[in-house]
Write a protein that binds this ligand. Sequence first.
Ligand code: SF4
Ligand code: SF4
Length: 138
Amino acid sequence: MTTINLTCFRCGICCARYDVPVRLDEAARLAEFKKVNIKTWLAEYCNPAWPGVRYILLKRVDGRCPFLSNQSEDGTRSCQVHAMRPRACRDWQAGVDKTDCLHGLQELFRLSIDNLGQLIGSQSDIDQFEEALDDFSK
Ligand code: SF4
Ligand code: SF4
């Protein structure tokens, strides 16, 4: 059995589940990254929560953040603005205490975690998951 320190394995579930607050300075950096005018960027991607101060990212019709990629062949997704992602996303850490991560672990790798922090599943699924984590850490 393996006791796990769960790091993000890019299931993308959290990026499809929560509203993402964006401060105006973060929006300005994201607009610059996309090489568009800030007003255009705000109109395309945000709901004004407190206009001029703080915004909420609009979601796609399926609930995903507009910057979450489509699913790749191995089932993972990635943030297309990773280097510029808002503070709320930077502060979010994967962990065994997050139901989103546990949901993703089951969905992508058919694994669960017991209350001692040990992976539960077939050895081949555990191996596959650990290889994926190794790849992400490179
Ligand atoms: S900005 Fe990136 S990290 Fe944040 S919710 Fe969207 S896809 Fe996820
Ligand atoms: S739910 Fe957890 S593992 Fe999945 S993308 Fe979010 S932080 Fe990463």
